[in-house]
Design a protein around this ligand. Structure first.
Ligand code: FES
Length: 213
């Protein structure tokens, strides 16, 4: 019988992988090995080089980087400024303003911007008014034509010696300590102020609050 099957057309002989009696079509075929990847097709024709960066783009890049560097430098300097002791960068509270004969009678405003003071000279003394309104601290304006100081914030008025006479200011403006040094220069110390309540002179006649002439 076996020899007869072997002779029939279409008969597949038995193999070690296929047991006897199981048709060859029922045996699972082993997976096919992966096909080799096809080579990436390149477009035909000459190879195109990437175009060089135009000068305009380079310039824009430089400007952007320069802006970033400038911004970071500014931040760094502000950071340093915040942590540095202020005594290094702020002006001293003691300074010289010349000799008494440099001043005419009346109010001299030339140091207002630099030191926030006015030098005031009368017939018998020189003193220095600290230019700060005693209401809320604004800097009053000297009005020579009206012979008075006028505060721009709430309208307080002071006479030519800094004595308040109108508005909400509660008392006269303070006076800074003044001394003469060995050369006769007026040395002002705005860290030491002389004060007086409303209607009184109290500390304005203390030693150091004025230079007698
Ligand atoms: S701060 Fe000068 S009047 Fe108010």
């Amino acid at each position: 019988m076996e020899s007869m099957n072997e002779e029939l057309p279409g008969h597949v002989p038995e193999s070690p992988d296929r047991p006897a009696g199981i048709p060859a079509s029922a045996v699972a075929k082993p997976p096919a090995p992966p096909a080799p990847k096809a080579a990436v097709a390149r477009p035909a024709g000459p190879v195109v080089e990437s175009a060089p960066d135009p000068p305009v783009n380079k310039m824009r890049r430089r400007i952007v980087w320069a802006s970033i560097a400038g911004f970071l430098t500014t931040c760094f300097l502000m950071f340093l400024r915040f942590f540095l002791p202020r005594s290094i960068t702020e002006p001293s509270s003691v300074f010289k303003v010349g000799v008494p004969s440099d001043y005419a009678l009346g109010v001299d405003t030339k140091w207002q911007q630099q030191y926030r003071i006015w030098v005031d000279k009368t017939s018998d003394r020189v003193f220095v008014i600290y230019a700060r309104c005693t209401h809320l601290g604004c800097t009053p304006d000297w009005r020579a034509s009206e012979n008075k100081f006028k505060c721009p914030c709430h309208g307080s008025g002071y006479d030519s010696e800094g004595i308040n006479f109108e508005g909400p200011a509660p008392r006269p403006m303070d006076r800074a300590e003044v001394k003469l040094d060995a050369e006769g220069q007026i040395v002002v110390n705005i860290a030491k102020l002389f004060k007086a309540p409303k209607g009184e002179r109290s500390e304005f006649d203390d030693e150091g609050s004025y230079i007698p002439l």
